[in-house]
Design a protein around this ligand. Structure first.
Ligand code: PLP
Length: 360
């Protein structure tokens, strides 16, 4: 069996140990005589799997008791609509920070419901850094402030948590579980699974319980956080297998990796090796202000764009997959999510140095 070096932005690489465990349990889950895929979501066995997944996620992130953990579908994109639907019931204006493609999509979705106020944007300088704290200006009637912690396409991440006196809402799709953070600073955190949580199909929402009472009356029941909180995230048939796999990933993080502080140390070594390779050469470049460089997504360009397709072809023949940048920005992007190992990154930097020597 050969597992190649997968730098996909999402769905992303999964830890091999998790896939092996899933394979062992695939046909007969722990003597039950059937696969998790074939079980009722109301069965005691699946309920135990779901409860364990929540407990493990709570342990990993040290989620305080006054926060609810929801497992939803629809991806982070559905949360772009859920956020205003669930938080504007007491009036006010949705406030957003704009740092790139994903935050702009969230702003657009909120604007369909209410006029969104952009409380800070770095569009003018090409999104090479995030707004500094003193550049954030909320509207007087702000209902909440939303931001995207890690812009997956731009490779831009916040180096601080905004301090505001309204609920802080954060899209952490591409950075959750990459490092510890303080959940209590937030009102709502959400993340599509397909980077650091598990396979596509499930979305984690962490919401402070007092915020469950603020939904607009017209919120469809499947988009309302409170309905999920009141029904153990099982209003209808949940994506059971994705939920189970997410649970295996949480166990892998706790037991094999040793927790999020250890994961962060590994992630920092990975991205530092890649940024150092980029910065040491005139052949590769990354435009992001160093304090806002993402530890998860590293976009880079070649000095000679004509070499892009050769770079990608040669990389692929070395087993280095999915390095093409997002179609909206071009160039290259290496996503270094948790399941990407230091050996994967070492293989990439060795290839990059060799390519530069031969073609630069
Ligand atoms: N937000 C961020 C930061 C993302 O990276 C993505 C997807 O890559 C999304 C939102 C959209 O996620 P989904 O495809 O789960 O709707």
């Amino acid at each position: 069996m050969t597992r190649l070096h997968n730098f996909c932005a999402g769905p992303a690489a999964m830890p091999s140990a998790v896939l092996e465990r899933a394979r062992e349990e695939m046909l007969d889950y722990r003597g039950q005589g059937l696969s998790v895929m074939e079980m009722s979501h109301r069965s005691p066995t699946f309920e135990a799997i779901a409860a364990q997944a929540e407990r493990d996620l709570r342990d990993l992130l040290a989620i305080p008791d006054n926060y609810r953990v929801l497992f939803m579908q629809g991806g982070a994109t559905m949360q772009f609509a859920c956020v205003p639907l669930n938080l504007l019931g007491q009036g006010g204006t949705p406030n957003y920070l704009d740092t790139g493609i994903w935050s702009a999509k969230a702003i657009k979705e909120a604007s369909h419901l209410a006029g969104a106020h952009v409380a800070g944007s770095t569009q003018g300088n090409g999104y090479v850094h995030v707004p500094r704290p003193d550049e954030i200006a909320l509207s007087t009637d702000a209902a909440y402030l939303h931001y995207c912690h890690n812009e997956t396409i731009g490779g831009l991440a916040y180096d601080y948590v905004p301090e505001v006196d309204v609920p802080l809402v954060c899209d952490m799709s591409s950075s959750i579980l990459s490092a510890p953070f303080d959940v209590s600073r937030y009102g709502v955190i959400y993340a599509g699974a397909q980077k650091n949580i598990g396979p596509a199909g499930i979305t984690v929402v962490i919401v402070r319980d007092d915020l469950l009472e603020r939904a607009l009356p017209q919120t469809p029941s499947l988009l309302g956080w409170k309905v999920y909180a009141d029904n153990g995230s099982m209003i209808n048939t949940p994506p059971t297998y994705a939920w189970y796999l997410a649970g295996l990933v949480f166990q892998w993080l706790k037991q094999d990796v040793g927790g999020l502080a250890e994961m962060e140390a590994i992630n920092r070594r990975k991205c530092e090796a890649l940024y150092a390779t980029i910065d040491a050469s005139d052949f590769y470049a990354n435009p992001i202000d160093p304090i806002n460089r993402s530890i998860m997504n590293v976009p880079f360009t070649l000095a000679d764009e004509a070499l892009n397709s050769t770079f990608l072809e040669e990389a692929e023949s070395e087993g280095l997959l999915n390095l093409k940048g997002h179609r909206s920005v071009g160039g290259m992007r290496a996503s270094l999510y948790n399941a990407v190992s230091e050996a994967d990154v070492q293989a990439l930097v060795t290839f990059m140095r060799d390519f530069e020597r031969r073609r630069g």
